[in-house]
Structures are given as structure tokens and as C-alpha cells.
Design a binder for this molecule. Sequence first.
Ligand code: FPP
Ligand code: MG
Length: 290
Amino acid sequence: MTGPEWLERVRALVDAELDGRIPSAAAEPRPLYEALRYALLAPGKRFRPALVLAAARWLGRPEPDVLPAALALEFIHTYSLIHDDLPAMDDDDMRRGRPTLHRAMSEDLAILAGDALQPMAFGLLAECRAAPARVLEAIRLVAEAVGPQGLVGGQVRDLRPPTGGVRSGDDLLALHQDKTGALITAAAVLPAVLAGRDDAVAPLRRFGEAVGLAFQITDDILDVAGSQALMGKATGRDERQGKTTFVSVYGVAGAQARARDLLAAAQAEVQGASADALHALAAFVVERDH
Ligand code: FPP
Ligand code: MG
């Protein structure tokens, strides 16, 4: 199976599993389940769950052992997108090619659906098939990645530009390592933690860090050079808001060169035939058009 074929299969698997995990819109409280299904089943790339499954493949671990962890990270990612789009944060109208949840339904439901996705994610992590000590370690790892020293901390820094508005390249790097990189790194490392493969944690961490950064750099490039229709959300916002981005610091060509360097560095971390999916995912990050 080629890399793109593997990715397509895994995306279909994750979509089906997500569908099965959220009770139908007839469940009570009905508006909440409708909101959860609207946000989670929208056409996302499923990059973070795919990364969990690709790392498990590299380690020779069965997919069912890590599938709950893969879904958990998509739950957390989806909550972060719902909340990021709220009027109090980015105030966006479109996400994944559809009106954002607060526009399609209401702001209170968007807040509460995001709130619900977080405990649901930790419940999923607790379902992973592994020794209890390993599962606890996985829960701790994700808690750290999405808390004040990770996703939430990065978001706060993004929303509070330094006085004068201009960020240094180093500050930008640190911000995105937390906001975008921490969850992606957790996705890469989780299968090694669950399998007790301590030897694989460091290379997967370095792989995740490089890919996470490349992901954000490509996001910044697509905001200036990408198609709004393909992206499924507004583009050109960074420039309109005067945000410091990898493009404003390095230019499009410079940012592209950095993303390519990170791709090569990531791929060098994981070798062997079973690293094919990890290599394909890393390449997708840099080559994607949405
Ligand atoms: C696009 O993901 C999203 C990012 C590049 C990360 C953005 C980070 C935030 C919005 C953090 C928000 C945090 C809080 C606490 C509110 P993607 O291209 O994989 O999107 P997709 O799943 O729709 O394909
Ligand atoms: Mg946003």
C-alpha cells in the first residue's frame, strides 16, 4: 500500500470510529449531541489520529490498541478549533468548509461542546489496551501537552502579542511549539508510551516536534498562498490582523525552505520499511494544499 493509500484508509477508519463514538442526534441532551456531531464529523484531515496510527505501525503495534488514543486527540483538536473560532478569540465564520459551530448553532453550545470533548477525550485515553501504568503515563502526557505548558498556554500567548505587536522569530517558534506542536508531538509519542517502548520515545518526540513546526509553517504559507475553497476557512487573516507569522518573518520562500528542512529532519528520525506511513505523513504536512 502506498503512503497516500494508507492515509485514505486510516482517514476512513477514523471517520467511521468517530461516528460510532458520538450518540446519534436523538440522544439527550439533544442540542449538545447535535453540536458534537456537527463539529467532530465535519471533514477534517484527521492528521493527529493518523499520526498515532502511523507511529504504532512503525513500532509494530496493532491498530486497535491505540485507536482510542487516536480518537482522543481528534476530540481535543476539535475542541480547540471550536473554541478558537469563538468571538472571544478569532471570531471566525467558516471552519472545515462549513459555518463555525457558534454560527451554525449558538455560542453557548459551542463553548459547552468544546468543554464536553475534553473529558470525553480523557475517557477515551483510559480505554487504551495497555498496562495500567502505561495508560496513566499516556494520560499524563496528553494532560501536559494540552494544558498551560502546551496547547492552552500557546493559545494565550498567540492572543496576547508583545507590546508593539512584533514578535521575534524565537518567540514565534516557542509559541507554536506549544500551540500546534505539543498535540502533534503527543500524537507521535503516545504509541511508544503505551507500548512501553522507551527507546522509541526520543526519536518519535523529535519527529513530532519537527513535523509540528512544519505543520504550522505550512499553515502560515497557506494563509497567504492557499485557496480559501480548499482550506474551508478564511485565508489572508494573518496579514489583515498584522500577525507575526513564519511568512512575515522569513518570507514565503524562506518559510518553504524551513518546512522542507524540517521534513528531512523528521524523516531521518524514523527508518525502516514500517516507517513508510510516518514518512508519508511528514511529506503530506509540507506538500498539502489544505
Ligand atoms: C489546523 O489544524 C489547526 C492548527 C494548525 C492548530 C491551531 C491551534 C489552535 C487553534 C489552538 C486553539 C487552542 C485553544 C485552547 C482554543 P488542521 O489543519 O489539522 O485542521 P483540520 O482538522 O480541520 O484538518
Ligand atoms: Mg483561528
